[in-house]
Design a protein around this ligand. Structure first.
Ligand SMILES: [Mn+2]
Length: 510
């Protein structure tokens, strides 16, 4: 990471007195030279704030805004959102006939002075625009004739900032790049909002998420404007966003399939490479490397790489232990590929052979997981699937004497829950825990992608389990697309059958 110009000078002055100033003037190009080189650079190819089909043809095809998603699809998403706002259900709330909806993009977040974290766009903003730049805003307006208009507010081009942070799309090019009705300078946001709200003072519904603040700056400005006008109708649009996002289009399914394939291959390779003596950290590095080498931008979340007893800590991400002979490894990892996440868990014996107790428990979890996936044929809700998991696990754990045989159904269910204290699954998509506003009580439907992830964790304080099982922790997680024809396991390339997983884990042993 390069320091800024001022910082270099300050640092050098402190260390070497006046000498480096001579150095500075002889090597740092003057402003006119910077302008010249930038112009030459621009003339070669039009540069934008994100990959396009002309600058990155290996990523983006003509007609797409982001890899795999077309200009038209983004436009359709915005139309569907407006139709949703206008739909019977929402108009019945006696809402006004004019609407304005505001979705800010993310701002950069810094870990320390001028050192940014990896930028990740606000998912909803990304879904409705495809724009990858920070500090932008999408505004949708709907007038009483039900006509709607999309306006994107962009940071204007700025040579000095672009020298450090790379090109911006700017205001002018944004209309065409994002196939949007209008683009304006982000500094015009306040005046735009003020005049719109003033013009529709008694007849305007504002759709803005006032609780989950994406951009402090926009949040402050917006609330000041609203205060002045004494208009207080603010509705949270998040549920509408998630209702659209939870059912995936065919192009989204296509990208999700690739994200799942990449993560499956990366985890398979990691199982193959592992051997006793390797550290959890090295397996983390392996799955990260193997995902990126296959095209993923980064891992979708800090992975869990838990050897032996560490698997009893559900969100174990310390990943700094050495893996011993006889340990199982529980790895929960997935990648983000062109904005879409995968989420897989596998548990395997580091020395290529499950012990008898590990095998017995693994078989229980695997059987339950396969049964639950099959149940998806009937389109249950995730909550129904969770209840099913508790009953199935309870019965299987009774068979192997981890739960007393005389327990009734209620006792059985809560005993099973004590062995698996997390839900059976969640929606998956652009976010790992996707569409949080959609209840897990709704039935799954074609186009949804969910995870199915039962587990059994036997910690050393467990009074029900015989001591031989203490310290074991097993989870198996796949990503499943719901289709009319039944469940389609998108992560099926990642082995989970005992024989397959042992064979793979043995490969790198001497
Ligand atoms: Mn998961």
């Amino acid at each position: 990471m390069l320091a800024t110009f001022e910082k270099v000078v300050r640092f050098r002055l402190k260390k070497f007195g006046s000498f480096p100033m001579t150095y500075k003037f002889s090597t740092i190009p003057q402003n006119s030279e910077v302008n010249k080189s930038q112009k030459i650079c621009r003339n070669k190819k039009a540069l934008f704030g994100q990959p396009t089909s002309s600058t990155h043809p290996h990523l983006v095809k003509p007609g797409e805004i982001t890899p795999g998603i077309s200009l038209d699809e983004f436009k359709t998403r915005r139309s569907k959102l407006c139709e949703k706002i206008l739909s019977e259900k929402y108009s019945s709330k006696n809402l006004s006939s004019t609407h304005i909806l505001i979705i800010p993009s993310s701002s950069k977040v810094y870990m320390s002075d001028k050192i940014p974290y990896v930028f990740r766009q606000n998912t909803d903003f990304n879904y409705f625009t495809g724009c990858q730049e920070p500090d932008s805003i999408l505004v949708l307006t709907i007038n009483p004739n039900n006509n709607y208009k999309s306006t994107i507010f962009m940071q204007k081009k700025d040579e000095r900032s672009e020298l450090w942070d790379g090109p911006r799309t700017g205001v002018e090019a944004a209309t065409k790049l994002f196939n949007i009705d209008e683009s304006l300078d982000v500094s015009d946001f306040e005046s735009f909002m003020t005049s719109f709200i003033n013009a529709n003072k008694n007849n305007c519904t504002i759709w803005y998420d006032n609780k989950n603040i994406i951009s402090q700056d926009i949040h402050k400005k917006l609330n000041q404007i609203i205060k002045k006008t004494k208009l207080d109708v603010i509705l949270t649009p998040e549920t509408l966003f998630h209702q659209l996002r939870v059912v995936k289009s065919s192009s989204e399914i296509n990208i999700m399939k690739q994200s799942c394939e990449i993560a499956s291959a990366a985890i398979s390779k990691t199982i193959e490479i592992g051997k006793p003596g390797i550290s959890e950290h090295q397996l983390f590095a392996t799955v990260d490397y193997e995902s990126r080498m296959r095209g993923a931008e980064f891992l979708a979340y800090p992975p869990v790489v838990a050897a032996g007893d560490n698997a009893n800590i559900i969100h174990y991400i310390t990943n700094n232990q050495i893996i011993k002979n006889g340990d199982t490894v529980l790895m929960d990892a997935g990648c983000e590929y062109h904005g879409y996440s995968s989420d897989i868990t596998r548990t395997w014996p580091i020395d290529g052979k499950f012990t008898d107790y590990q095998r017995v428990l693994y078989e229980v979890v695997l059987d339950v997981q396969k049964t639950l996936i099959k149940r998806l044929e009937n389109f249950p809700s995730l909550d129904q699937l969770f209840n099913e998991m508790c009953m199935l696990l309870g019965k299987r754990l009774q068979e192997i004497n981890l739960i007393p045989k005389n327990f009734n159904d209620n006792e059985l269910r809560s005993a099973a829950y004590s062995y698996c204290p997390h839900h059976v699954g969640h929606y998956l998509g652009m976010d790992v825990h996707d569409c949080g506003k959609i209840s897990r009580g709704v039935q799954v439907e074609p186009g949804m992608i969910i995870t199915v992830e039962p587990g059994v964790y036997v910690n050393s304080k467990n009074h029900l389990a015989p001591p031989e099982f203490h310290g074991l922790g097993i989870r198996i997680e796949d990503d499943v697309l719901i289709t009319e024809q039944g469940p389609d396991v998108l992560t099926k390339m990642c082995p989970k059958e005992i024989q397959d997983i042992e064979d793979l884990a043995k490969r790198n042993l001497d």
